[in-house]
Ligand binder design. Sequence first.
Ligand code: URA
Ligand code: SF4
Length: 218
Amino acid sequence: MAPEDDYTAEPFVPVRGGLPALRRAAADCRGCPLHRDATRTVFGAGSAQARVMLVGEQPGDQEDQQGKPFVGPAGKLLDRALAEAGIDPGEAYVTNAVKHFKFTRAEPRKRRIHKAPNLREMSACSPWLAAELAVVEPELIVVLGATAGKALLGSSFRVGEVRGTVLEEEIHGRPERLVPTVHPSSVLRADDREGAYQGLVQDLRTAARVLSKDRSKD
Ligand code: URA
Ligand code: SF4
């Protein structure tokens, strides 16, 4: 059997102890080769009581250095868009489909360039996301871009087809509600940055509406 078929975080995931135990254990995950070159595991951040979980792709350069998700340029843009849509960024649980930074360098000691994780790395890392979902039990998942979408909904996911809509799907054995949107990094790369930003805010407003409807049922 090829060793790459064995990539999985599963044996590292504790069954008890909530988010603190998960975070501690994830720091030592060796479930796939991505831990070798990255500085540290970047686990999710936020309260176990959060009503909304935001799922991105993988930590970037800044996140790898600071050990927290979405603290770099994409995260700053995301926080601004969330606030504008009426979602308090401080009340969200924020995480990634893959917990280690994957990168290449054009030359030794040069800047690290983000590289998208492949399907094998995504599925190796998925037990961490499943465990976060089981503990946080969010009312809504906001799917940020194609990698998060494929990790949660399968490889046929296309963000352009479903962005801004409310999906109901079974994920890791539980019924979940999801609103997909673009990844905030894609807004930073867009030619029409303002248009792309407004599109993100509009999708996040859909998420905010779902959350406010839920609250009015209490
Ligand atoms: N992009 C992501 O997908 N996640 C982060 O944490 C930072 C940038
Ligand atoms: Fe473990 Fe995920 Fe890091 Fe791979 S990317 S070593 S599965 S935490």
